[in-house]
Structures are given as structure tokens and as C-alpha cells.
Design a protein around this ligand. Structure first.
Ligand code: ZN
Length: 318
């Protein structure tokens, strides 16, 4: 489909100002080849009242937002579109408080929930895997951070980062919170993040040893006997970790809890991987497109993420 998005605030306001316009836009993203009935696959539907679509073949009723992150929302879609614009056009993203202010929302919780729903649409597991040469290492974040002002209001959490090499620079990244640095935590993350056949560059930690058996080329740089710090051996990963900490301390004032950390990692990844995109409207497009493609996350599951993600860490090791 043609990539359709607002190029500036004026276009956002004129083209995304009404419920009908926003609903039609999300419909074009969700069904780029025309309506598909979620039950029977039928390609024809009649509008019923303002927002429902009734399948001409099986009679089931659905809507553009059913089965997406916008399902059951009481927030107008035009406000959602403004939120997506704000989140994608601000260089460092938005905190819930910032979003609440800019959208003029009465409740902080509304802004907080919207942001969390949007974060769930930012990184889609299994999509856009890293390739080529990829540095992987783990690092603790939380508590006092050496060399950074402020304190993360977060007990130490272990985060594993994969950073694609791009000459001396960094290409795309992926990251995940893990419970420990065992192979059982590390290998599933790598399988979810990096294309088999790629080269993984790690330190000599045993948790990475099964990589060879899992279809990766493995290059090890041993720390032992070297005077260099780990940050010099795997500089890209450690640069990413340092930027992540700054972002958590800056935009989010360090107020990120461990149970929600995964979703902040996804937002950081989304931003980082598109940091060179000159057209911020394209980020809006990508986010909206993914928002109609991921399952809805009810409020309860956002407040108490029962580690649907964490579970991924324990499957798939061979
Ligand atoms: Zn149908």
C-alpha cells in the first residue's frame, strides 16, 4: 500500500481531526487489500450504525478496532492519533505526565495506559531480525548508575542486548530483560532477535556456548588476561546500555518498575532503530500499522504483566 501519514502537525490536525477520518485511516492500514472478515475471511461488509461492519457472507459483526490495541477504548481515535504523533515526533519520546498535559487528559492513568498500549505495538517478536555481525552482552541496570546523574527507581535488573555492527557504528538493536545469564535465558533471546546464520560476537561466558548448535557462527572475545574493560571489547552493546540508562533517567525520571521494564525496552528499541529516519511521520505510520496488527492488551494485563514475554525466555532451547 502507499505509505500514508501526516507530514507535519498541520496535516495531522486537518486529516486526523475526526473519528470518521481516523477510523477510515486505521481501516486502510488493517485491511490494505480491502475488508477481511475475521471469522470467515469474506471480503464484503455492510456498515452497521457508526462503527460496526457486518460481514455479507456470515453476518458476524466486527469493527476496525476489534482485535487491535484500540479495542474497547473509551478514548476517541482522534486523541489516539494525536498520542501516536506526540510519541513518534518527540526526539526522546514522552512520559505519561507529558502526554497527559499535551492531550489535555483529565486522568494521568489514561495517558499511562495509552502509552503502555502503544509500547506493545512497537516491537513485534520474530519480525525484522538482526543479521550480519551482531554483538551480544548482558548488563545490570537499576539503582545508582555510575557516571550518570540521578537514580533508577528500579531494583537491579539484568538486560541482554544485541547490537548489529554497521562498520564501526551500530545498526539495529534488540533487547530483553532476563532472569539470569544462563543459556536458557540467552539463547531464546538470540533466536527471537537474530537471523540464524549470522555471526554472534560475545565474551567467553558459557551461557553463549550452545550458539554453534543453534545455527549461528560464534565469535568469542575472551576477557581473561586482557586489561581492557568489557565495554571496550563489546563497545556497541555498552554504548546502547548507556543510552538506555540516560533515556530512563531523563524522559522517565528513573521511575520505571521492573515488571514494566520490558515495554520500556521495546520503546527504546523502536526509537533507536529508527533514529536516522528523517521523516518522523513515517514512524507514526509504522506505529499505527503495528497497532492494528497486535492483539489488544486489557488494562489488567498492562498493570500486572504476568510475564507473557518472560515465558518466551524458557522455550525453544535445543
Ligand atoms: Zn464473515
Amino acid at each position: 500500500m502507499v505509505e500514508e501519514y501526516p507530514r507535519n502537525l498541520r496535516e495531522l490536525e486537518s486529516n486526523f481531526g475526526t473519528e470518521e477520518a481516523c477510523r477510515a485511516y486505521l481501516g486502510r492500514l488493517r485491511w490494505p487489500d480491502g475488508f477481511h472478515c475475521p471469522r470467515c475471511g469474506g471480503g464484503q461488509a455492510w456498515p452497521v450504525r457508526a462503527v460496526l461492519l457486518e460481514c455479507a457472507a456470515c453476518g458476524c459483526q466486527t469493527s476496525v478496532t476489534a482485535g487491535t490495541i484500540f479495542q474497547d477504548t473509551r478514548t476517541p481515535l482522534a486523541v489516539w492519533c494525536r498520542a501516536m504523533w506526540w510519541v513518534t515526533t518527540q526526539k526522546n519520546g514522552a512520559s505519561a505526565l507529558g502526554l497527559q498535559r499535551v492531550l489535555g487528559l483529565k486522568k494521568y492513568e489514561t495517558a499511562w495506559t495509552m502509552l503502555h498500549k502503544l509500547r506493545r505495538a512497537m516491537v513485534r517478536p520474530g519480525r525484522d531480525l538482526l543479521t550480519g555481525r551482531v554483538e551480544v552482552d548482558e548488563s545490570y541496570i537499576g539503582g545508582e548508575e555510575e557516571g550518570l546523574p540521578g537514580r533508577l527507581n528500579l531494583k537491579k535488573a539484568l538486560v541482554v542486548v544485541a547490537a548489529q555492527e554497521d562498520g564501526p557504528g551500530i545498526g539495529r538493536i534488540r533487547m530483553r530483560q532476563i532472569i539470569d545469564a544462563s543459556a536458557g535465558s540467552l539463547i531464546p533471546f538470540i533466536k527471537d532477535s537474530v537471523q540464524p546464520g549470522s555471526t554472534i560476537h560475545s565474551d567467553g561466558w558459557l551461557g553463549y556456548a550452545p550458539l554453534d548448535r543453534n545455527g549461528y557462527l560464534h565469535e568469542v572475545t575472551f576477557l581473561k588476561g586482557k586489561k581492557k574493560a568489557p565495554s571496550e571489547l563489546l563497545p556497541r552493546v555498552h554504548r546502547v546500555i548507556s543510552l538506555l540508562k540516560r533515556w530512563l533517567l531523563g524522559t522517565h525520571q528513573g521511575a520505571v518498575s521492573r515488571k514494566h521494564l520490558d515495554y520500556y525496552l521495546d520503546e527504546f528499541t523502536f526509537r533507536f532503530n529508527r533514529r536516522r529516519s528523517k521523516n518522523r511521520g513515517k514512524l507514526f505510520f509504522r506505529l499505527a500499522q503495528q497497532a492494528v496488527a497486535v492483539e489488544p492488551a486489557p488494562y489488567d494485563r498492562i498493570v500486572h504483566p504476568t510475564s507473557a514475554k518472560a515465558n518466551l525466555q524458557f522455550v525453544g532451547v535445543t
